[in-house]
Design a protein around this ligand. Structure first.
Ligand code: RB5
Length: 147
């Protein structure tokens, strides 16, 4: 798969770890930055990753900021994006299986490296179940289309 990744300054080091982890799984990772520890604005990177996923350039996305919240809020403003903040792998698995989330977000100031890896592993390797869950996602899309 082609995986988009993005982060702010709070998550630079965890991004490097997760990028290498996903590449070791055999996926291609497109890194949208930020690439330095200089203070930056998380909406920039949330939007870049969201547009890459929504536009089909990437299959799934990973976003990391201090909490995972701000960057996911920005991503969720892009049409077609379902970005979920998770702090454990059970939710990461279920948000793929039930919500067909296309971006996972988490906080570098909230969880450690091993938990982040568990989350990413669950997210990437769980398929969407479809069925009744598709109807509910269609309902979310209808809300989005109302503007
Ligand atoms: C940056 O200090 C911090 O606000 C950001 O990383 C994130 O946690 C926002 O939601």
């Amino acid at each position: 798969m082609k995986i988009a990744i993005g982060n702010d300054h709070a998550a630079l080091e965890l991004k490097k770890v997760i990028k290498a982890y996903v590449e070791d799984m055999g996926h291609e990772v497109i890194d949208f930055g930020t690439h330095t520890a200089d203070s930056c604005d998380y909406p920039v990177y949330g939007e870049k990753v969201a547009r890459a996923v929504a536009g089909g350039e990437c299959d799934l996305g990973i976003l990391i900021c201090g909490t995972g919240i701000g960057i996911s809020l920005a991503a969720n403003k892009v049409k077609g994006i379902r970005a979920a903040v998770c702090s454990e792998s059970y939710s990461a698995r279920l948000t793929r299986a039930h919500n067909n989330a296309n971006i996972i977000a988490f906080g570098a100031r909230v969880i450690g490296e091993d938990t982040a890896k568990d989350i990413v592993n669950a997210f990437i390797n769980t398929p969407f179940e479809g069925g009744r869950h598709q109807r509910r996602i269609d309902m979310i899309t209808e809300i989005e289309n109302k503007g």
